[in-house]
Design a protein around this ligand. Structure first.
Ligand SMILES: [Zn+2]
Length: 122
C-alpha cells in the first residue's frame, strides 16, 4: 500500500465520523492534503463496494446538481426542468460529476469504533 492510501483511509474515516455525504474527489483532495486528483479518484473507485457507493450528479446550465444517475451512460438525452432553479435543459454528458457516499456498514463500523475509542482510551 502506498503512503497516500493510508492518509486517504484516515481521511475517509474522519469524514464518515462527521457524517459527510455526497462528496467529490476534489473534496477528498482538499481534506487529505493529497493533491494528486487522479490518485485520489483511483483510490475512491477502489473503495466502491467496500466503503463507498459511487454515482454521477447531473448539472443544469446554472450549475445546480439537479439529479443523480448510477452510471454516466444513463444520462437521459431529453428536455427536463431543473429541480432546483426550474431551467429547461437537455443534460450535457460533459456536465456530469462523479460523487461518492459512504456505505451504511462502513458508517456503522466507524461509529462503533469511535465509541470504543471514547470508552477505552489508550
Ligand atoms: Zn438549475
Amino acid at each position: 500500500m502506498l503512503e497516500h492510501e493510508f492518509l486517504l483511509d484516515d481521511t475517509l474515516e474522519i469524514m464518515a465520523q462527521n457524517n459527510k455525504k455526497h462528496f467529490s474527489p476534489h473534496f477528498v483532495c482538499a481534506q487529505s492534503g493529497v493533491a494528486d486528483l487522479k490518485a485520489v479518484t483511483e483510490y475512491l473507485y477502489s473503495q466502491v463496494g467496500r466503503k463507498l457507493n459511487v454515482y454521477y450528479e447531473v448539472e443544469c446550465p446554472e450549475g445546480d446538481s439537479d439529479f443523480a444517475v448510477v452510471s454516466p451512460d444513463l444520462v437521459p438525452n431529453d428536455w427536463r426542468i431543473c429541480s432546483i432553479c426550474g431551467t429547461h435543459y437537455i443534460p450535457d454528458p460533459d456536465r456530469v460529476w462523479v460523487a461518492f457516499d459512504f456505505l451504511p456498514p462502513y458508517l456503522e463500523h466507524v461509529k462503533k469504533k469511535s465509541i470504543r475509542a471514547i470508552t477505552f482510551p489508550n
